[in-house]
Design a protein around this ligand. Sequence first.
Ligand code: MG
Length: 230
Amino acid sequence: MRLVLFDIDGTLLNSEGLGRASMRLALGSIFGSPGNPAYRYDGKTDKQIVRDVMRLEGHSDEHIDSRMEKLIEIYLEGLRDGVKSGKFNVRPLDGVVELLDALEPREDVVLGLLTGNVETGARTKLRAAGIDPDRFRVNAFGSDHEHRPELPAVAQRRASELLGLEIAGGRMVVIGDTPADIACGRSLGAKAIGVASGHYTVEQLLEHDPYAVFPSLKNTQQVLEKIVNA
Ligand SMILES: [Mg+2]
């Protein structure tokens, strides 16, 4: 049995900046400024983005924490409004639907999410891209922990609690588009598959010593074989 954990942004879908626009709107509304426009959101959890960006603006952790819940609420509203507006073409990335279709019926695979998105945001983005969030049975979200390296253990624990499956670290496959995805499961012995469909190239991802890297998830058979032989 393998637990296959997908990142969302840049891996399963492209939201055309919807997440970033909603976050900047929420930051501006709660803290008075959306913060440094050069700060990169990819590979980060939602709450980590808020903390990093607002620390750089000079806010204390106490101040940030006291406003976090409200901020996430406004962010989620922004996501929903953005989807409704039709201004963002949220869509699955190449090969994603085919790969999920190939993995889902297999008895040696459990599908899951490992994402920095808070759970409600993850579900909103997936639905907007036409991907049913309930296809993923064991998940770890940014709402479970602010630090991505804690998330693989959350997923591992949920597999046990929800499905009664004890999955060894080496039987976990983490698929994502950033070095943070590749690194997060290392301490558990998880296998990381990088996919250069976000902002990092194949060469850049290879520098972080993943188990495999693909330019995209388009070649279903090749990716599937890597996953089930991990
Ligand atoms: Mg990503």
